[in-house]
Design a protein around this ligand. Structure first.
Ligand code: ADP
Length: 305
């Protein structure tokens, strides 16, 4: 069987992770015990998850013209992701996320969009030939909304199914969004977008079902340790999580969506793909870091044998 082909039109970020004892006050300089750099951004993370599970991935993204931009491209290349359309924006910084982690493990995160804000609809026209050759288009909301809408229309016109992860949550125009094939929010995003409570499974179901009235076709809500929920006109089905003892759940959503795209493209069976993606995402919580906590297909198959 040929490998699935997936195009990710989305963000990349460098995570600048500083472990702190406390935040400095204004004007104060203090020492922090530890620092780490990580490759992140929802688009990049999902591209890596799709690639590690066996898809051929084309990334459409923008980086800055400095050190971080070069490293981001090198990282994509090291995974075998097609970077022809990861372009450098002159005189612009790459997207960065300064993250401060305190001793209790609580995060304070700043997002500087940088070059990601320069991913305009023209980028889709430039990459047209490669996008037309893909089984799925994967989208998130860390790039300009006009580009997200343009990509959804492009997918609809060319019959390439679009998986839209509405993260971080934004005020969306459902005239565009309804043309996506699958809408994949987590609980918080569902709460913001539906304007309904998500404090129980019953309410989560109601909130997701309310989106059907906006003509969305299929909704998959990721529910952390509860698993994932499929809602469509035909059915509502909860797929239980794969039980693990998690160490770091950062990036679990990206692991789910990237791997789901591969598994769904392979089988065309949405429930089967959700079960596998639940497992793949659960394994990603067993070690720290984001992309580096994603299993290769080989590691994954060994675990589920
Ligand atoms: P996000 O990272 O966007 O908040 P979720 O927390 O919903 O996303 O997690 C995405 C998926 O990862 C879930 O649907 C589930 O399959 C898996 N997952 C997350 N946390 C756990 C956990 N504690 N145990 C098992 N699976 C988990």
């Amino acid at each position: 069987m040929a490998n699935p082909k997936i195009t990710v039109i989305g963000s990349n970020m460098m995570d600048l992770i500083t472990n702190i004892n406390r935040m400095p006050r204004s004007g104060e300089t203090i020492e922090a015990p530890d620092f780490d750099l990580g490759f992140g951004g929802k688009g990049a993370n999902q591209a890596v998850a799709a690639c590690k599970t066996g898809a051929e991935v084309v990334m459409v993204s923008r980086v800055g013209d400095g050190l971080f931009g070069r490293e981001v491209i090198k990282n994509f290349d090291s995974h075998g992701i097609d970077t022809e359309y990861v372009k450098v924006v002159e005189n612009t910084t790459s997207g960065v996320a300064p993250i401060f982690v305190d001793q209790d493990g609580n995060n304070r995160i700043l997002i500087v969009k940088g070059a990601n804000a320069h991913l305009k609809p023209e980028a889709i026209d430039q990459a047209k030939d490669k996008i037309l050759n893909s089984d799925f288009i994967l989208l998130q909301l860390e790039i300009p909304l006009e580009t997200v809408y343009y990509a959804i229309e492009f997918g609809a016109e060319n019959e390439i199914p679009v998986i839209l992860n509405p993260a971080p949550a934004a005020d969306l125009d459902f005239n565009y969004v309804k043309k996506a094939s699958i809408f994949v929010p987590n609980e918080t995003e569902l709460e913001t977008i539906s304007g309904m409570p998500v404090d129980s499974l019953e309410n989560i179901k109601k909130a997701a079902q309310s989106l059907l009235t906006k003509d969305l076709k299929k909704i998959i809500v990721t529910l952390g340790e509860k698993g994932s929920l499929l809602v469509s006109k035909e059915k509502t089905e909860l797929i239980f999580a794969f039980k693990v003892d998690p160490k770091d759940t950062t990036g679990a959503g990206d692991a789910f969506i990237g791997s789901f795209a591969t598994f769904y493209a392979e089988s065309g069976d949405i429930i089967k793909a959700m079960k596998l993606a639940n497992k793949y995402a659960a394994f990603s919580t067993l070690s720290t870091g984001t992309q580096k906590s994603f299993y290769t297909r080989e590691e994954f198959e060994k675990e589920i044998d």
